[in-house]
Design a protein around this ligand. Structure first.
Ligand code: M6R
Length: 622
């Protein structure tokens, strides 16, 4: 996920690009850059690592870069760490010096998405004497456009069409050709892109907020289509070069709603982004049913020799670890210990050298998790980071990295990062299980196929969200909520309870259902809400019994179970259903209604969902 913006008009482009990028920072913020062309003069490219403010400073708020046509980018790294050299725009020419290029490159471009076959294309271009200065797939795309442009000499449409046919993956690509000053050419497949027009000006952007200040009239460019933007005019083409006619659409959202893609809060937007984030995370590590973990260098021998796995993390990432423990122990038959990073680092742990320590963190900057990583390394233990932010401290220091593909997560309450961390563990469990011969080839393929059904099943749960909204508003004045479950259902309860308390400020606790009778049941009184999570067939009757024990003490029961278990309605007062899946993967589905419950409770109570009190997105102090 990255943000792109482009302008072709009669005003100075750079300040408009910077303003547009500021509205897209939610799509990525590890580096930014702009390329501006002043009539037929050489293009100027300026880039900076870090937040957009660095680029704003470097360009004197855009005034230092002259020209009326330009493209800009705010990056969320996927290929190559966040750095000035990897920042977009990229050029077809030679290595830029000092991050500011004034180079007469044939093609300069920005890109959002992932080019899956970039290595194959890079090898091809290397054979044709292209030189590469960055680690990005985008530089490959820009050079491929240049290659076809020069090879066939027919013009931009042909060069872009040939590139689109060769590239596998997703992209929203915006390029400027030296031979077409004042124009921007764009192409799209599976990555968002809109085009806006007004008198004498044209705009392109990843999302509406970037251009809303200038126009509300937009075109939606379709998959595998190309567009040519000149000041105030846009033409669309298909892959055959035939012109396509399109209707303008008027945007009626206000600016703030637009930034959240029409959702009221980032949290809801991110809840809905989970299916895509899961698909992206699977596709990044599984090609043709084979595992390919680009940043993991564990050998089969190492994996066979591990005697113990530690999972160390904080908050929701720790809850992922609790769920992963059940999955790993069952699929890999290796002992797993899950620890809170803030405890692990101070308890002088005895760590077996033949073990693997997995650190889980969305931000990659959580102070306790980072300290735990350093401790494990000091003790000679191999470390693997499951991290979302590329180039973060934990990613830099770990021996091996599994990057989740959640994209930037803005809401403090994690949703899509949590979901992709679960996927990371399912994939690791299958890979380790295969190598240690606990899982055979056919079962592995069947489980991978089942994993691929998770996104559609999440969509189905989301379709029924209004029922949960109704139920949440009914209980929005609750004082205490207990989430109970056994096994994996206990792990799900932990996350459900945290989601509830962190954003709705309602006291809630997660309990292993069998533990209630050892003390906590004395807290149950008339109307206390009990949410029983029951997705594991073997534990179904036992958890139901624990729920009924609470009901006989006055509790109101909500059950969360899979379709088919309809007899639960005789005992619970309200039931939410999720589709069936392999029981190892139920966390991925059962967590969705619980995220929605927390969200709707907070909304019903009129709270600031995205920025709950006393909390920060990244906890960089212990
Ligand atoms: O960035 P990290 O994943 O290391 O953050 C860990 C926790 O702070 C985080 O999961 C926190 O619990 C979330 N806000 C929960 O929604």
């Amino acid at each position: 996920m990255c943000g792109i913006v482009g302008y072709a008009g009669n005003k100075q482009a750079a300040p408009i690009l910077l303003e547009g990028l500021s509205k897209l920072e939610y799509r990525g913020y590890d580096s930014a850059g702009i390329a501006v062309r002043d009539k037929d003069k050489p293009v100027s490219v300026v880039k900076a690592k870090g937040r957009l403010s660095k680029l704003v400073e470097k360009t004197d708020e855009g005034h230092a870069v002259k020209g009326t046509c330009g493209i800009g980018h705010t990056r969320w790294a996927t290929h190559g760490e966040p750095s000035e050299i990897n920042a977009h725009p990229h050029i077809s020419g030679c290595e830029p010096k000092g991050g500011t290029i004034t180079d007469d490159s044939g093609v300069v471009g920005v890109h959002n998405g992932i080019i899956e076959n970039f290595q194959e294309l890079k090898d091809k271009l290397l054979r044709h004497d292209y030189k590469f200065y960055s680690e990005t797939d985008t530089e490959v795309a820009v050079k491929l456009v240049d290659y076809y442009y020069n090879k066939y000499g027919i013009g931009p449409i042909d060069a872009l069409a040939k590139t689109m046919v060769r590239v596998r993956g997703s992209y929203a690509l915006a390029v400027m050709f030296r031979d077409y000053p004042g124009e921007i050419w764009v192409a799209r497949k599976d990555s968002p892109m809109i085009i806006g027009v007004t008198k004498g000006e044209s705009f392109v952007a990843s999302d509406v907020p970037a251009i809303l200040k200038y126009t509300r009239n937009v075109y939606y460019i379709g998959n595998l289509e190309i567009a040519r933007l000149t000041p105030g005019d846009v033409h669309f083409y298909n892959l055959d070069g035939d012109e396509i006619r399109k209707e303008l659409t008027e945007i009626t959202w206000d600016a703030e709603a637009a930034e959240k893609g029409g959702y009221e809060h980032f949290m809801m937007k991110e809840i809905h982004e989970q299916p895509k984030a899961i698909i992206d995370t699977i596709n990044a590590s599984v090609k043709d049913n084979e595992f390919c973990f680009k940043d993991i260098n564990l050998t089969p021998e190492m994996i066979r020799n591990f005697k113990q796995i530690y999972i160390v993390a904080c908050g929701s990432a720790y809850h992922v670890g609790v769920a992963a423990q059940y999955v790993l122990e069952d699929m890999v038959r290796i002992p797993v210990r899950v620890e809170l990073a803030s405890e692990f680092r101070y308890r002088n742990p005895i760590l077996d050298k033949d073990s693997l320590c997995i650190l889980v963190s969305q931000s990659g900057e959580t102070a306790d998790t980072l300290a735990a990583l350093r401790l494990a390394k000091e003790k000679g233990v191999r470390t693997l980071a499951v991290v979302n932010v590329i180039g973060s401290s934990i990613a830099r220091e770990a021996d091996d990295i599994f990057y989740t593909m959640a994209g930037p997560e803005i809401a403090v309450a994690t949703t899509k990062a949590y979901s992709t961390q679960l996927i990371a563990f399912y994939l690791l469990a299958l890979w380790f299980g295969r190598i240690r011969e606990v899982i055979d080839h056919d079962r592995c393929i069947a489980l991978l196929d089942e994993m691929r059904t998770i996104p559609a099943k999440i969509e189905k749960i989301l379709e029924d969200k209004e029922r949960l909204q109704w139920f949440a508003s009914k209980f929005s004045n609750a004082h205490d909520i207990f989430f109970i479950g056994r096994g994996i259902d206990f792990a799900i309860s932990l996350e459900g309870s945290l989601k509830m308390k962190e954003i709705s400020y309602i006291h809630s606790e997660a309990y292993a259902a069998g533990e209630l009778k050892h003390g906590t049941i004395s807290l149950i009184e008339d109307g206390t809400l009990i949410i029983g999570v029951i997705t594991q067939g073997a534990l179904y009757e036992k958890t139901i019994s624990n729920m009924v024990e609470c009901k006989s003490r006055g509790a109101y029961l909500m059950g969360l179970t899979t379709y088919g278990n309809y007899e639960i309605e005789d005992r619970a007062d309200f039931v939410a259903y999720i589709p069936k899946t392999d029981e190892h993967f139920t966390t991925s589905l059962a967590v969705i209604p619980l995220q929605l419950m927390g969200y709707y409770m907070a909304v019903a109570r009129g709270l600031d969902v995205d920025k709950p009190r006393n909390l920060a997105k990244s906890v960089t102090v212990e």
